[in-house]
Design a protein around this ligand. Structure first.
Ligand SMILES: CCCCC/C=C\C/C=C\CCC/C=C/C(=O)SCCNC(=O)CCNC(=O)[C@H](O)C(C)(C)COP(=O)(O)OP(=O)(O)OC[C@H]1O[C@@H](n2cnc3c(N)ncnc32)[C@H](O)[C@@H]1OP(=O)(O)O
Length: 299
């Protein structure tokens, strides 16, 4: 996806001017007297406390915060904007949709589209992950809902995960249940988090963990009552921000660089792999059946 100087029109007809990742256009931005700022885009809500140097991104792509191309585009712009603004040292990721953190990749982006679309979509997924995983900010995921597949990856790419204690809020890489395969870099992040054996088990079975299980396996760092997720994320953030930035950032980079480089050195091949995999008739069929099942669940 091109994040260069240019103009992008979103579904609501809102036009944004992007220049070197700086959002110049028709974005509502308000600054309160107490150092609080709020940026509103259609699918991503950014609240920030300038004095504390902490921003919160709330996913706002109802009904399930699926990672559509439009959502990813807005998300990357917001992330770049915060990353480039040295005011912000910490970022909390959470959801504005009750009960759902993120349903992961938008299955409609992977079904019935042309090859160029699949390639563009996958590039946006890669870009989002690289930006999250390599962020200089402290990232805390305040997981206030279900978090399968791509939603889980976003949480795993943070530095710390706080999950609401609700058995409906399951988290994991469930790709095999859809008849698809988690890419190697999803796998690498999971292995880095919960270890090789647990990851192998979880990936093959497509396990979605309930909060207590997720804590036990090490997929999240804390499970707290639902009404304490945000306050816990904030107090964890304060703890992490007490560490000098340069030392923490270099350490983070040292721990994560090899995993990120693994994708960076073969991004184009990874896109080609995705495109040829997802465009197979058998995979298209599996995805359509899965989407249909989701739709029929309600009836
Ligand atoms: C050897 C070769 C290897 C090559 C490998 C190369 C490349 C790798 C290839 C592919 C990798 C792809 C990686 C994929 C990652 C993903 O993230 S896939 C997405 C996985 N997500 C899910 O499985 C979640 C599915 N959704 C749910 O389980 C539930 O919807 C829920 C999130 C738990 C919420 O439940 P509930 O509140 O009950 O809401 P509904 O189920 O009723 O859903 C409401 C509407 O939203 C639609 N929807 C749900 N999820 C998605 C989604 N991910 N994308 C698009 N749309 C979604 C759902 O159909 C409902 O729609 P309608 O209202 O009926 O129209």
């Amino acid at each position: 996806m091109a994040l260069v100087a240019g103009r992008k029109t979103f579904a609501a007809g809102k036009t944004l001017l992007l220049r070197a990742g700086v959002w110049l256009g028709a974005e509502a931005a308000a600054r309160g007297g107490n150092g609080a700022r709020r940026f509103v885009s259609q699918r991503v809500l950014v609240e920030s406390d300038v004095t504390a140097g902490i921003a919160t991104i709330k996913f706002k792509n109802p009904p399930v915060n699926s990672l559509s191309l439009e959502f990813l585009t807005e998300f990357i712009i917001c992330l770049e904007k915060l990353e480039n603004d040295k005011t912000y040292r910490g970022l909390i990721l959470t959801s504005d949709c009750p009960g759902i953190f993120s349903a992961g990749l938008d299955l409609r982006e992977m079904c019935g589209k042309n090859l160029a679309h699949y390639a563009e979509y996958w590039r946006a997924i890669q870009e989002t992950w690289l930006k999250l995983y390599l962020s200089n900010m402290v990232l805390v995921a305040a997981i206030n809902g279900a978090s399968p597949a791509g939603g889980c990856l976003m949480a795993l790419s943070s530095d710390y995960r706080v999950l609401a204690d609700n058995p409906r809020y399951r988290i994991g890489l469930n790709e095999t249940l859809l008849g698809i395969v988690a890419p190697f870099w999803f796998k690498d992040v999971l292995v880095n988090t919960i270890g090789h054996r647990a990851a192998e088990h979880a990936l093959q079975l497509g396990l979605l963990f309930q909060p207590t299980e997720a804590l036990q396996v090490g997929m999240v760092d804390q499970v707290v009552p639902e009404d304490q997720v945000q306050s816990t994320a904030l107090s964890v953030m304060t703890e992490w921000l007490a560490i000098p930035d340069h030392a923490r950032q270099l350490t983070k980079s040292m721990m994560r660089k090899a995993t990120a480089d693994n994708l960076i050195k073969q991004r184009e091949a990874d896109i080609q792999n995705f495109v040829s995999f997802v465009s197979r008739d058998s995979i298209q069929k599996s995805l359509q059946v899965y989407l249909e099942k989701l739709k029929q669940k309600k009836h």
